[in-house]
Ligand binder design. Structure first.
Ligand SMILES: CC(=O)SCCNC(=O)CCNC(=O)[C@H](O)C(C)(C)COP(=O)(O)OP(=O)(O)OC[C@H]1O[C@@H](n2cnc3c(N)ncnc32)[C@H](O)[C@@H]1OP(=O)(O)O
Length: 438
């Protein structure tokens, strides 16, 4: 497929990539993200890339690649009460010799143009550095929770947890791939068991490449940790949840100080979650459990008697950009009835700029109509970046307005507060978040 016409700075040209370019990609990638690993070791592991979505930049008189970006084709990216085709921007890197010349800017323009062509209403990403992507219309849409939970930390009781049993095995795709995929999807589709109330941002590994990298267990990437293990919680022989983990050992004068590095902690209901966490917090020779990323409202926040002792931190998780504002607004559900007109600015995608009247029923259908702001005065004015931040339901429009990032236009004689109503509608009962970094 021909690339859309996006101009590069003088002396640079676009280059498509195939899997035969793996070494070039590794060389550029280790310039952008310093790594002590040998290139042969990196190339021996599966690549997560969907090659036809990986685009590089070459420079005149320069060996190798000057820059690279790619995206994952998420066809079912969860948004509040629905799923939307989404381009998961990833592997963005510019060789340090070519930085700050506008190559990232050109790559984002190309990425957005291709996303429009493919009909992807959203783009989502994890940011290597938080200040990079706001200028391109991405909003910080979700946070995640990092914990360091002391071994044996007291947990609240949940009736029925005691009926569960625990199985511990070495994790392999052959044995656990189907189970993990099924439970992960089910936990994202209905984290509270209420049909339709999903976890926005809970991306699944939709491609074969993403499945392959998930299960790869090359020793060079383990950093002294053991091979990947899995703990499965069962009720009457039926799997109800799992956690993947690796332990490290540390013998200190006061005794063993091992650590459990938990990958993904997933359970279908509260009793299963209580049983799983109870077992995870009770592994011999360890004194701490560090889950990788958890949703900020994960059940563990309410099960732990002393959350403070687990030193909670909440860095940014998924960033979201609306590629098609009308399609994205109509493509999610809302938590309250709403009728609001939004005036949206968008520097990179001017076709998005305009006024949109959004009408939706709580947890039902939504419709969006582009209107003439001359005749239909907007209630709120905001940039596409703020819309991205609020889109998954994890960041309140009212809080963004309180920070001066959204302008509210009061309507004379209308008592209802459009900001409060829109804020309630854009929220969602379950916090957004992805359980893995893409
Ligand atoms: C989704 C992902 O893959 S996240 C991974 C991102 N990659 C990395 O962090 C790897 C290391 N860094 C890099 O490869 C590069 O420095 C990049 C990709 C961050 C930036 O690439 P560049 O080609 O230098 O960016 P470009 O020249 O287009 O800069 C565009 C603007 O962003 C700003 N910018 C670029 N990088 C950063 C940063 N890390 N922090 C803050 N601002 C930044 C520039 O100053 C510039 O601002 P201006 O328009 O006001 O002048």
């Amino acid at each position: 497929m021909a690339l859309p016409q996006i101009t590069l700075p003088h002396g640079y040209r676009w280059r498509t990539l195939t899997k035969d370019d793996q070494r070039l990609v590794t060389e550029l990638d280790t310039w952008a993200f310093p790594s002590g690993l040998a290139h042969d070791d990196i190339d021996a592991t599966p690549s997560p890339l969907t090659w036809e979505r990986a685009i590089a930049i070459e420079a005149e008189g320069f060996d190798g690649l000057a820059a690279l970006h790619a995206s994952y084709p998420f066809r079912q990216f969860p948004v509040p009460g629905a799923e939307l085709p989404t381009a998961g921007l990833t592997w963005v890197g510019v060789h340090p010799q070519h930085r700050r010349r506008g190559l990232l800017t050109a790559m984002i323009d190309l990425h957005l143009a291709r996303s429009v062509e493919r009909g992807e209403a959203l783009s989502a990403l994890f940011a290597a550095e938080a200040p990079i992507y706001g200028r391109f219309g991405y909003g910080r849409a979700a946070d995640d929770l990092r914990l360091e939970i002391p071994r044996g930390a007291a947990l609240r009781d949940v009736p029925g947890a005691e009926r569960h049993t625990i199985r511990l095995e070495v994790a392999t795709r052959e044995k656990h791939g189907e189970l993990v995929d099924r439970l992960h999807r089910a936990a994202g589709a209905a984290p509270t068991g209420i049909p339709g109330i999903n976890r926005p941002g809970w991306a699944t590994r939709e491609t074969e490449e993403l499945q392959a990298i998930l299960w790869d267990d090359s020793p060079v990437f383990r950093e002294g940790r053991e091979s990947r293990r899995i703990m499965i919680v069962e009720l009457d022989g039926e799997p109800r949840g799992y956690v993947t983990f690796r332990r490290t050992m540390n013998w200190e004068p006061r005794g063993p100080r091992g650590r459990v590095h938990a990958g993904e902690v997933v359970a279908l209901d509260a009793p299963a979650a209580r049983a799983l966490w109870g077992a995870l917090l009770d592994l011999d020779l360890t004194n701490e459990v560090t889950p990788f990323v958890l949703p900020v409202d994960d059940v563990i926040t309410n099960l732990l008697v002393d959350l403070r002792a687990a030193v909670p931190r909440t860095p940014d998780n998924v960033w979201v950009r609306l590629v098609d504002v009308a399609g994205a607004l109509a493509g999610r559900q809302y938590a309250a009835d709403v009728d609001v007109t939004l005036a949206v600015t968008d520097r990179q995608l001017p076709a998005n700029a305009g006024a949109y009247r959004l009408r939706a029923e709580a947890f039902g259908g939504a419709s969006v109509e582009q209107v003439d702001p001359e005749f239909e005065a907007p209630d709120l004015s905001l940039d596409v970046r703020e819309l991205g931040a609020a889109y998954l339901g994890g960041r309140s429009l009212a809080a963004l307005a309180a920070a001066g990032l959204i302008t509210v236009h009061p309507r004379p004689g209308q008592p209802a507060n459009a900001l409060a109503r829109a804020s309630a509608a854009f929220g969602w009962p379950i916090a957004p978040g992805s359980s893995w970094v893409f």
